[in-house]
Design a protein around this ligand. Sequence first.
Ligand SMILES: NC(=O)c1ccc[n+]([C@@H]2O[C@H](COP(=O)([O-])OP(=O)(O)OC[C@H]3O[C@@H](n4cnc5c(N)ncnc54)[C@H](OP(=O)(O)O)[C@@H]3O)[C@@H](O)[C@H]2O)c1
Length: 396
Amino acid sequence: MSDSSDSARLSRRAFVAASAVLGGALAVAPGALDAAPPPPASRMRGRRRDRRVEPLRILILGGTGFIGPHQVRYALARGHQVTIFNRGKTNPGLFDSRVEQLIGDRNAPAAEAYKSLAQRSWDVVIDNPSSLPKWVREASAVLAPRCDHYVFISTISVFSTYDRIGIAEDGPLHTPGDPNATAVTGPTYGPLKVRCEQEAMSAWGKKATIVRPGLIVGPGDLSDRFSYWPVRIEKGGDVLAPGTPDDPVQYVDARDLSEWIIRLAEENVTGTFNATGPKTPTTISEMLYGIKAVTGGDVRFTWCPADFLEQEKVRPWSDMPVWAPPKGGMVGFSRIDCRKAWGAGLTFRPLAQTAKDTLDWYHQQPADRQEKLRAGLAAAREVEVLTAWRSKTASR
Ligand SMILES: NC(=O)c1ccc[n+]([C@@H]2O[C@H](COP(=O)([O-])OP(=O)(O)OC[C@H]3O[C@@H](n4cnc5c(N)ncnc54)[C@H](OP(=O)(O)O)[C@@H]3O)[C@@H](O)[C@H]2O)c1
C-alpha cells in the first residue's frame, strides 16, 4: 500500500507540475518541478512514473449527483480525461463535451447494464453510488481485468458500534449484508456497504481503495443534513440548539472529499480510509457560532439537553442535523479516527467557506425546493419545543 508516505506527497507535487505544463490548467511556481526530488524507486509502483507525465483516464461510475460533479470538475482542471457512467437521468447535460458519458442501468441484468463499458479500459474507476454488493461485483467483473485501480466510496456507517472514541479503520464492522440484495434500507445500508467493501477487495485486491466518508456537506447536497443550519441561522431569532455546546461533530465538505479522491487516484493510493473532519476536534457550538459568523443576523441559541429532546421526540441527526448525543453506543460517532486519511492528503477548507457556499447554492435552488428542507425541524415545531423547554425551566 502506498498511503501517506512522503514519497506520495512528493510525487503528487511533481504530477501537478507536469500536468500544468501539459494541460495549462494550473499555475506552478518556477522551478517547482526541479525542486521535487523523485521518490525512491523502491517506494513507487512501476506505472507511477508514467502517471506523473500522462493525464489519467478516469471512469466515474455515477458522476452527476452530489460528490460526482465535484470530482469531475477537479479532474478536468487537473488535465485528466473523464468518462462518466450512469442512466442519464440525474442532472442531464451537466457537463460539456470534454466529459464522455456512457449510459447503463446497474439494476438491469449485468450483460445489459455494463454493455457500454465493454472492451474499454481506464487507469482508474471511481465507484460513487454503489450500496448494493451486486453493483460492485458486476461492474468489477467487467472492469477489473482492464483497469488498474478501483476507488469504492463506502461510509463510516460500516461500523457496528461507536461505543468508543477514536475508531480507526480496523474498528468493528457490521455483519456483511445480503450479497444479492436488490434494495437498500436504513438498517441494511451499513451491512450492505460492508459486503460491497468485501466484493471490492475480492475483485481488485491490492488495486482497491476504500473511502469511508462521514457526513458529506456543502453545495449540491440534496439531503439538507448540514444545509439546515446555515439556512435556519440566516433566518435569525431563537434557534433550538441540541445537546450541550461541547458535543462533538464531524463532517466533510464534498469538495474536499472529492478533490482528495482524485488525488488518491493520481497517486495510486490504495487501502482503506475513514474520511471525515475537521482535523481539529470541533463541537456543535463551534459549528453553529461559526455559521452565525458567516450569516450575520440576530440569533440566540437555546441549548436543550439530549434527554429533553428525546422526550420531545426530536431526533438526533435528522431533526437536529450533524448532531448525535455522545453517549452509549454513539459516544464515538463524531470522534472517528481519520488520521490515516489526513496523512494521505485529505484537507479541509474553513467552515465559513462551506457555510457560505452552501447558503449561496441553496438560494439558487427553485423556490419550491427552498420552501421545504429535507432535514431539520419545521419552524412551527421548533417554536413548540422551545416553548416546552422554557416552561420546563421556568417551573424549576
Ligand atoms: N451523503 C453523505 O453524507 C454520505 C456519507 C457517507 C457516504 N456516502 C456515500 O457517498 C456516495 C455518494 O454518492 P453520490 O450520490 O454523491 O454520487 P454521484 O456519482 O455524484 O451521483 C450518483 C450517480 O449514480 C447514478 N445512478 C443512480 N442509479 C443508477 C443506476 N441504477 N445505474 C447507473 N447509475 C446510477 C446517478 O445518475 P442517474 O440517476 O442518471 O443514473 C448519479 O450519476 C454514496 O456511495 C454514499 O453511500 C454519502
